[in-house]
Ligand binder design. Structure first.
Ligand SMILES: NC(=O)c1ccc[n+]([C@@H]2O[C@H](COP(=O)([O-])OP(=O)(O)OC[C@H]3O[C@@H](n4cnc5c(N)ncnc54)[C@H](OP(=O)(O)O)[C@@H]3O)[C@@H](O)[C@H]2O)c1
Length: 286
């Protein structure tokens, strides 16, 4: 994949799942990378963010930083808004100052999950969780403050580190029965597929809001069943309602994103959720 025109790239939240996959895709002979995470450059520190941008003059800023723990956002809303909303604002201001493009990562949680079909980029967000509201506030800051922006929404992202797939595999090796909600439906998407999409959009110099999810959709229960099948594990999963499972109850019920912007721009879309999952499970075995 060519990425010659990216130039100097600053990734904030570089230890996260999506950031790690994105870095693997880059040709470092062509790109100068600045990787920061919470300890070395807290995105909620406006002065620190500006100083870093002025010093390093990135051409592209990718905001992968975020408080992604939905429960934590509920219990610590100020932290959620500080990082997910103000962090995005700070990076957007810095991007405008140094004339950089900015990529803001966002989520299906900006929708209420009450649709019978899917959400395209042209549907109205209506978040009901602190996480979703803080991410939408982040999107809006970026839209309002940075003219050269890309907002990329994805869902049920898994990759290196803590995530639903790895948690399930771990539980399957220990617990006999695992409760998994069957009343949450979305498009599971690997961090690798999100990263590929970001790179394609940057390479094409695309701007605006794009959904970037694997094709197809499933319930959490179907997702779990496929994970176990591909991993060759025998654990018993029990279909449940999300209200019975506090860890994942605060999510939209049906938040299937549709990659309409990618499709109407005639751009390549991510592979099916089954294919992406198979690639991921295979990578764990190697
Ligand atoms: N995971 C999903 O299902 C999903 C779905 C759709 C969209 N997204 C969005 O995609 C983005 C990346 O997701 P991800 O799954 O790669 O997230 P992730 O693995 O949770 O990574 C987020 C990173 O941001 C860091 N961070 C937290 N607070 C920070 C701060 N104040 N300053 C700088 N860095 C900070 C985190 O560090 P600590 O670990 O130390 O907190 C972590 O390394 C997020 O914006 C998320 O909202 C995720």
């Amino acid at each position: 994949m060519r990425n010659t025109q990216l130039g100097r790239v600053w990734i904030a939240g570089a230890d996260g799942r999506v950031a790690r996959e994105f870095v693997k895709l880059l040709d470092t002979r062509e790109t100068e990378l600045f990787l920061t995470d919470r300890e070395d450059r807290d995105v909620s520190d406006a002065d620190g963010v500006n100083m870093f941008a002025e010093m390093n003059r990135p051409d592209v800023i990718i905001n992968c930083a975020g408080i992604t723990d939905v429960q934590l956002c509920e219990t610590e809303p100020e932290l959620a808004y500080r990082v997910n909303a103000l962090g995005a604002r700070n990076l957007a201001v810095a991007a405008r100052r140094v004339n950089a493009r900015i990529v803001q990562l966002s989520t299906d949680d900006v929708f209420d999950g009450k649709t019978d079909t899917y959400y395209s980029e042209f549907d109205q967000p209506a978040p009901f969780t602190v996480y979703g509201k803080s991410k939408l506030a982040g999107e809006n800051f970026v839209k309002d403050l940075a003219p050269k922006h890309l907002i990329i929404r994805s869902s049920w992202v898994y990759g290196e580190g803590k995530n639903f797939v790895n948690d399930l595999l771990e539980s399957a090796r220990g617990e006999k029965e695992i409760l998994v909600p069957e009343n949450q439906v979305a498009a599971p998407t690997s961090a690798l597929e999100v990263a590929k999409c970001i790179l394609r959009l940057l390479t094409e110099e695309a701007y605006g809001t794009y959904h970037a999810v694997c094709s197809g959709s499933c319930s959490r229960y179907e997702f779990a069943a496929k994970i176990l099948q591909l991993a060759g594990l025998e654990a018993r999963i029990i279909p449940a309602f999300s209200d019975d499972l506090p860890d994942i109850s605060m999510r939209p019920a049906r938040s299937v994103l549709y990659n309409m912007m990618l499709r109407i721009s005639c751009m390549e879309t991510p592979v099916s959720w089954q294919e992406a999952l198979e690639t991921y499970i295979r990578s764990l075995k190697n």
